[in-house]
Write a protein that binds this ligand. Structure first.
Ligand SMILES: Cc1cc2nc3c(=O)[nH]c(=O)nc-3n(C[C@H](O)[C@H](O)[C@H](O)COP(=O)(O)O)c2cc1C
Ligand code: SF4
Length: 508
């Protein structure tokens, strides 16, 4: 029987994938496999049909297209205006280096057999035969740095938790994914949830933790459903439980729905929230690796960091380290969003340029107008002007210009964007999302927004910008966490690269 695939991914569902799948089944009697997304958002819902040559892609398929497509031979992979040929040969996919997303969109997310037959479980099988120390060494060798934003070396954190003496340790997966324009965590949790479960179980073996939590963004109901089902299967197949794949070691896992606040993505706020309290930042030290959840040693990692681990164990830390450049090792799932023609997920080794991602993969702006800038790394990331698009995407190069790669989100703006408005938006965002614990952030963001509003309304630029710069300095130096500490990053980059946008209303 012909195999047909319609993604269950939220972005596809938002574009009508559930209805498309139901109609295909109603007409053909074949229930489509609900796979993960291939990460080509502009083609969703992307319907794929298995043929002797490989999978043929059709998209974007609307409900109204289904009957005509079937009539015209979609089930045999025939040509059609919506046909893009073999999925694997689409340049957007063929030019990627998919390690973490290697299975996403290919396998049935909930099939342990398909997972295993596509290289899944290789990592944990190796880990089971290794000591905790050797597992941590492998992570250290890989050079993996946290993909949640701070880019802290993972191996150091693993060794800290491993070395801590405690009756209980935890692995906490940060799946709060609050950054604007980011969706890699969601995509992998919906498309290959067993990978995250495997990564967390390996982290348990490496650190001695026996219990894990996935702190999941409250706006991700599809991910919740898929993850919960995948966890049930993992228990059934022995990947989770009191004796993980016969290792004699226990690892238990559950999903915890987040509180719906950006600050709950900050790891100490997240731990407060997970303990049932209001999500407010804790002062560090103590580090969560030593005193985290319930004051026990806790390894907190982003979804993508944990999802890199099975590959590192299966293929070796050196294999992973050989991708990327300098101290930015491995691959990064970059997420291209905003005003872009072909938005989606591109997994490439560090070192790819911003221009290659935005123009080469993204195809320039959706509006067709010239690009003005891209904000890289979420709402606390810098606006990078077009003349810096040849910069390689790696932590060190970005740090040199006061920017960051963050979680790999790239939001594109065309020449109609007003950077003074964007700078005001950075303060507004911080004012809205601040946990309120420290004054520079709680008050500074509100004052910053007020000053920007006065400037935009035509006030004296020198007066207002002097105050804005002062506020930025106070927020950078005095904030307890990166929420207040990094709000100046978008503000200052907008001001540095687009000063003309801040002067045009000046009547002073
Ligand atoms: C305001 C704020 C929001 C954050 N939001 C997230 C988030 O949504 N997801 C995430 O993984 N890390 C987020 N982080 C980073 C975490 O505090 C922490 O560094 C990360 O979970 C550690 O995992 P990693 O080492 O795998 O990056 C945020 C940090 C700050 C300051
Ligand atoms: S910087 Fe902002 S978010 Fe962070 S602790 Fe201070 S008030 Fe809370």
């Amino acid at each position: 029987m012909t195999k047909i695939y319609v993604p269950l991914d939220s972005s596809a569902v938002a574009m009508g994938a559930d209805e498309v799948a139901a109609k295909i089944e109603a007409i053909t009697g074949i229930a489509p496999v609900r796979n993960g997304s291939r990460g080509m958002a502009w083609l969703e819902p992307l319907v794929e049909v298995e043929t002797p040559k490989g999978r043929v892609a059709y998209g974007p398929v609307t409900l109204d297209d289904v009957a005509g497509l079937i009539r015209d031979g979609m089930m045999e992979g025939r040509a059609h205006a919506l046909c893009h040929g073999l999925t694997e040969e689409l340049p957007f996919l063929a030019r990627q280096e998919r390690l973490t997303f290697a299975r996403c969109g290919i396998t049935n997310p909930l099939s342990m057999d398909e997972y295993a037959s596509h290289g899944g479980l290789d990592g944990i099988q190796k880990a089971i035969g290794m000591s905790a120390e050797a597992i941590c060494d492998e992570v250290m060798t890989s050079g993996l740095r946290g993909r949640g934003g701070a880019a802290f070396p993972a191996g150091i954190k693993w060794n800290t938790v491993r070395g801590a003496d405690a009756d209980q340790k935890y692995i906490v997966c940060n799946a709060d994914e609050g950054d604007s324009g980011t969706f890699a965590d969601r995509m992998i949790m919906e498309g290959d949830p067993l990978l995250l479960i495997e990564g967390m179980a390996i982290a348990g073996l490496g650190t001695g933790a026996t219990k894990g939590y996935i702190y999941l963004r409250s706006e991700y109901p599809v991910a919740k459903r898929v993850l919960t089902a995948a966890i049930d299967r993992a228990y059934w197949k022995g990947l989770l439980g009191n004796d993980v794949l016969g290792s004699g070691k226990a690892f238990h896992l559950e999903v915890f729905m987040g509180a719906g606040a950006y600050i709950c993505g900050e790891e100490t706020s997240l731990l407060e929230s997970l303990e049932g309290k209001r999500g407010q930042v804790r002062a560090k030290p103590p580090l969560p690796a030593l005193e985290g959840l319930m004051a026990k040693p806790t390894l907190v990692h982003n979804v993508i960091s944990l999802c890199a681990v099975p590959t590192i164990l299966a293929k070796g830390g050196e294999f992973y380290r050989d991708h990327g450049m300098g101290r930015s090792t491995g691959t990064m799932p970059f997420q291209i969003a905003g005003n872009v023609a072909c938005g989606g997920l591109v997994e490439k080794a560090f070192g790819v340029t911003l221009g290659e991602l935005v123009n080469g993969f993204g195809g320039g702006t959706r509006s067709g107008r010239p690009i003005k800038a891209a904000q890289v790394g979420g709402p606390l990331g810098a606006y990078i002007p077009l003349d810096k698009f040849d910069m390689p995407m790696d932590y060190e190069t970005f740090a040199k210009i006061g920017a960051g790669v963050g979680h790999g989100g790239i939001v594109v703006f065309d020449d109609t964007a007003d950077m003074a408005e964007q700078a005001k938006y950075a303060f507004d965002f911080c004012a809205h999302e601040s946990c309120g614990k420290c004054t520079p952030c709680r008050i500074g963001a509100v004052r910053g927004s007020e000053e920007m509003a006065k400037l935009i309304a035509g006030g004296d630029a020198t007066t207002h910008l002097t105050l804005v710069e002062d506020l930025c300095e106070v927020m950078e130096d005095g904030s307890l966490c990166a929420m207040g500490g990094m709000t100046p990053v978008p503000v200052k980059s907008a001001l540095d690269y687009f000063p003309e946008d801040f002067l045009k209303g000046d009547k002073g």
